[in-house]
Ligand binder design. Structure first.
Ligand SMILES: *[C@@H]1O[C@H](CO)[C@@H](O)[C@H](O)[C@H]1NC(C)=O
Ligand SMILES: *[C@@H]1O[C@H](CO)[C@@H](O)[C@H](O)[C@H]1NC(C)=O
Ligand SMILES: *[C@@H]1O[C@H](CO)[C@@H](O)[C@H](O)[C@H]1NC(C)=O
Length: 675
C-alpha cells in the first residue's frame, strides 16, 4: 500500500468516525430518483472504505472486526434512515393497491398480481425492518446473527432477498413477454381506462397512481440494493471471502432491473390519463352543487297581461318576446310573483289547470302544474301552500283570454346568473402554483376558486391551501358588467367546455373566465419552471385557451340536452359526456319533468384537489384544467372543473449506480480474517 493511499484511507476513517457519515444523504430526501442516486453513492463510498484493505498485520484482531462492523452498520443506518423517511410517505400506495384489488368480485389477473406484489413488497419491507432493528442493537448481537442475516440478504435461495427482488421485477417487466403478457403497470392502466369510478373514489389521476406505484417499486429496489451491498461488506470483514465480483454483479443486476422498470413506467405514464374530476357525491347537498337561477323559468301568464292594450286578440304562440303589462282584475297574476324581466316563447297547453305554488324562499315559482286535460308538469303530489285553480275565460267579444305557459327571464336583481370574469392566480411571486380548483357561488356570483402550494425542487409542492375567492355584488357601484362579471341572458347563455393543458415545462398558475362573442369561455394561466430547482419564471407566464367558435371553419360543437330533468334526481351515475371543443347552453329544466322551474345544468362545486400518496403532506403539481359536462339522457347534468396532473413521464429515469470503485486489494498485504 502506497503511503499516499494509506494517508487517504486514514483521512477517510477519521471522516467516517467524526463526520457522522451523513454527508451524502441530504436530510430532506424528496424523491425516489434522488434517493436512489444518493444510496448508490453512499454504497460506493463505503466500498471505497471497506473494500480497500486495512492494516491487519497486528493479527486477527476481533476488536478491529467489531469496529469495522460498527462502522459499516453506522453507514447502513444512515442509508436506512433516509429510506425510512421516504417510506413513511409512500405508505399510502399500499392502500391504493388494496383498493384496486378489492373492488373486483372475481379475481382478475390484475388483482392476483397486486396481491403478489403487495406480498413481496411486504416481505422486503419486513426484512428491512429486521435489519434496522439489528443495526439499532448491534452492541448486544452476536456476530453470527448479523452474519446469518447478511447471508440471507445475498443468498441464492428463491425465498431470500435477491429472489424476492427478482420476483417483484418479473411482475413489472414479465420475462416472457408473449407468455405472461402485460406488466403490472400496464394492467393498472388498462383497468383504470375502463372505469372512471376509481378516479373519483381515489381522487388521483391514473397517471399519478402509476407514478406512485413506480416509486414504491423503485424504493423497494433501493432498499434491497443497500441491504445486499452492505451485506457483502459485512461478509467481507467477517472474512467470508472477497466478494468484489459479487458486489459488482449485484450492482449490475440492480442497474438492469431499475433501467427496465423505468422504461416500463415511462411507457405506462406516457399513455395514462392525467385528468381528475369529481363524480356524483353519495348525497347531493348545497356543499356539492349550486344552481343558476331564474334564467329562463316556466311562467304562467294570461294573454291579457302581456300586451299594453289588455286585449286577448292573439294566441299564446304570438308572444315570443314580451313583458308583463299589469294584472287584469287581480286574477292569478295577483297570487304570484310577476315576471319583472322578459317573457319569452309562450305556448298554450290547456285552458284550465291547478297550480301548486312553491314556497317563498324557493327560487321556483311552482312545485307542479296539472292541466284539466290530464297533462302534468313537474312531480304532482301534496301541496303545502294550497292548490290554486287557474281558469282561462271568454270575453263578451268572444275572444279567449288564455293562460299561456311562457319562460320568464327575470330581472337580474332577483336572479342568480352571474359569473365572475376576474382572474384567479396563485401567488407566483412566492413561487406558488395551483394545486386544486373548484367553482363556488358567493352571493349571486359564480367564481373559480383555487388551491395553491409552494413549488419546490423536482416537481414537489410543499402543501396546499385554499385561496378564498373575493365575493362582490354585481349591483355595487364600480363593479362592471363585461369587466368584473358576465350575466347569463337568453342570448348569452353558452359556456365553452374545453380541456386545456400547458406546454411542456409549464405548470398551472391560474384560471379565469373571459367572454368570446356570446360565450363564456374558460382559460388557464401557464408558467414555465425549472424542474431541478422548482423556480417559476412568472414573467414568462401566458394565458392558454381554445379560441375556437361555433362560426369557424371547424366549428365548436354544441352539447344538446334531451328533456333535462334535475340532475339531483338522476337514478343512474352521471358520466362525463362532453368533449374538448364543445359548448353547452344554460337552459330551463324540462317542462314535463319539472315545469321548467330550474336552470340546468347545475354547477358542481365540489373541490377538485388531487390527493397525494407519495408525500402525504404535499400537494400535486398540475399542468392544466378544464370544464366538462357530466350528464345522461334525460338529465340536465352538472358542469364541473377538472384538473390535469403534471406529466412526470419525462422525469422518470433510472440512473445506474456509480461504479468507479476499483478493488485494489491485490496491491496490499490484506489478510482476510478467518473465523
Ligand atoms: C499496521 O499496524 C501496525 C501496528 O498497529 C504498524 O506497526 C504498521 O506500521 C501498520 N502498517 C501499515 C502499513 O500501516
Ligand atoms: C478479490 O477479487 C478480485 C476479483 O475477483 C481479485 O482480483 C482480487 O485479487 C481478490 N482479492 C483478494 C484479496 O482475494
Ligand atoms: C435549472 O436550474 C439549474 C440550477 O440552477 C440549472 O443548472 C439548469 O440549467 C436549469 N435548467 C434550465 C432548463 O434552465
Amino acid at each position: 500500500m502506497s503511503v499516499r493511499r494509506l494517508r487517504s484511507f486514514r483521512v477517510l476513517l477519521v471522516l467516517l468516525v467524526f463526520a457522522n457519515t451523513s454527508r451524502a444523504l441530504v436530510d430532506e430526501v424528496l424523491d425516489v430518483l434522488k434517493l436512489g442516486k444518493e444510496v448508490g453513492e453512499e454504497v460506493l463510498n463505503s466500498w471505497d472504505v471497506f473494500g480497500k484493505p486495512f492494516n491487519a498485520t497486528g493479527g486477527v484482531d476481533l476488536p478491529v472486526v467489531r469496529r469495522r462492523e460498527r462502522e459499516i452498520l453506522a453507514r447502513l443506518a444512515v442509508v436506512s434512515r433516509s429510506i425510512e423517511k421516504l417510506e413513511i410517505s409512500v405508505q399510502k400506495v399500499g392502500d391504493v393497491a388494496l383498493f384496486l384489488a378489492k373492488k373486483g368480485n372475481k379475481p382478475t389477473r390484475l388483482e392476483l398480481r397486486l396481491h403478489e406484489m403487495s406480498d413481496l413488497l411486504n416481505r422486503v419491507a419486513w426484512s428491512n425492518r429486521q435489519m434496522r432493528e439489528y443495526v439499532g442493537q448491534q452492541e448486544n448481537l452476536e456476530q453470527s446473527t448479523l452474519q446469518d442475516f447478511a447471508e440471507w440478504c445475498v443468498s441464492h435461495d428463491p425465498g431470500a432477498l435477491p429472489g424476492l427482488l427478482e420476483r417483484v421485477h418479473a411482475l413489472v417487466v414479465p420475462p416472457h413477454k408473449n407468455l405472461l403478457g402485460r406488466g403490472l403497470l400496464q394492467l393498472i392502466m388498462d383497468d383504470l381506462k375502463e372505469e372512471d369510478s376509481d378516479v373519483c373514489d381515489l381522487q388521483m389521476s391514473p397517471h399519478q397512481l402509476i407514478y406512485d406505484m413506480y416509486n414504491t417499486i423503485a424504493l423497494t429496489e433501493i432498499k434491497g440494493y443497500a441491504m445486499m451491498q452492505f451485506s457483502w461488506m459485512l461478509l467481507r470483514i467477517y472474512g467470508r471471502g472477497n466478494f468484489t465480483q459479487e458486489a459488482s454483479l449485484t450492482r449490475q443486476r440492480y442497474s438492469e432491473r431499475t433501467g427496465q422498470t423505468a422504461t416500463a413506467a415511462r411507457a405506462a405514464l406516457a399513455m395514462s390519463k392525467r385528468d381528475l374530476y369529481r363524480c356524483d357525491p353519495p348525497v347531493h347537498t348545497s356543499a356539492t352543487y349550486a344552481e343558476v337561477t331564474r334564467l329562463l323559468q316556466g311562467y304562467v301568464e294570461n294573454e291579457v297581461d302581456m300586451n299594453s292594450d289588455g286585449t286577448c286578440k292573439e294566441n299564446c304562440a304570438f308572444y315570443t318576446l314580451t313583458e308583463n303589462h299589469g294584472c287584469y282584475k287581480e286574477q292569478f297574476c295577483d297570487k304570484q310573483d310577476k315576471c319583472r324581466g322578459r317573457i319569452i316563447d309562450c305556448q298554450y297547453l290547456d285552458s284550465d289547470m291547478w297550480v301548486c305554488p312553491a314556497s317563498r324562499h324557493s327560487q321556483r315559482r311552482y312545485e307542479w302544474i296539472e292541466y284539466e286535460n290530464g297533462r302534468t308538469l313537474g312531480r304532482v303530489g301534496s301541496c303545502k301552500l294550497g292548490i290554486t285553480k287557474v281558469d282561462s275565460w271568454w270575453r263578451w267579444t268572444l275572444t279567449h283570454c288564455s293562460y299561456c305557459l311562457c319562460l320568464c327571464e327575470d330581472e337580474a336583481s332577483v336572479a342568480e346568473r352571474f359569473f365572475s370574469l376576474r382572474e384567479v392566480m396563485a401567488d407566483i411571486n412566492e413561487n406558488k402554483v395551483v394545486t386544486g380548483m373548484r367553482l363556488v357561488k358567493l352571493g349571486k356570483v359564480f367564481h373559480i376558486q383555487i388551491y395553491q402550494g409552494k413549488l419546490v425542487e423536482r416537481g414537489f409542492v410543499e402543501s396546499s391551501e385554499e385561496v378564498l375567492a373575493q365575493a362582490f355584488d354585481p349591483e355595487q357601484a364600480g363593479v362592471l358588467e363585461g369587466v368584473d362579471y358576465h350575466t347569463l341572458t337568453y342570448e348569452r347563455r353558452a359556456i365553452d367546455l374545453d380541456e386545456l393543458d400547458s406546454p411542456s415545462g409549464h405548470v398551472l398558475t391560474g384560471a379565469r373566465f373571459r367572454m368570446i362573442g356570446a360565450h363564456l369561455h374558460f382559460e388557464i394561466r401557464a408558467t414555465p419552471f425549472n424542474y431541478t430547482t422548482g423556480k417559476l419564471h412568472p414573467e414568462k407566464s401566458q394565458w392558454i385557451s381554445n379560441d375556437n367558435t361555433e362560426g369557424s371553419h371547424t366549428p365548436r360543437t354544441r352539447l344538446e340536452l334531451y328533456k333535462p330533468d334535475l340532475p339531483t334526481r338522476s337514478h343512474t351515475a352521471l358520466r362525463i359526456d362532453s368533449q374538448h371543443d364543445q359548448y353547452i347552453e344554460f337552459t330551463h329544466s324540462d317542462f314535463d319533468a319539472d315545469a321548467a322551474q330550474s336552470t340546468v345544468p347545475f354547477i358542481d362545486v365540489q373541490p377538485v384537489v388531487p390527493s397525494k400518496a407519495l408525500n402525504t403532506k404535499g400537494a400535486t403539481l398540475l399542468s392544466g384544467a378544464g370544464l366538462y359536462h357530466r350528464g345522461a339522457r334525460g338529465s340536465g347534468g352538472f358542469i364541473g372543473v377538472k384538473v390535469i396532473t403534471y406529466d412526470y413521464s419525462k422525469h422518470v429515469k433510472a440512473e445506474p449506480p456509480p461504479s468507479e470503485f476499483v478493488d485494489e486489494s491485490e496491491t496490499t498485504e490484506f489478510v482476510p480474517i478467518v473465523n
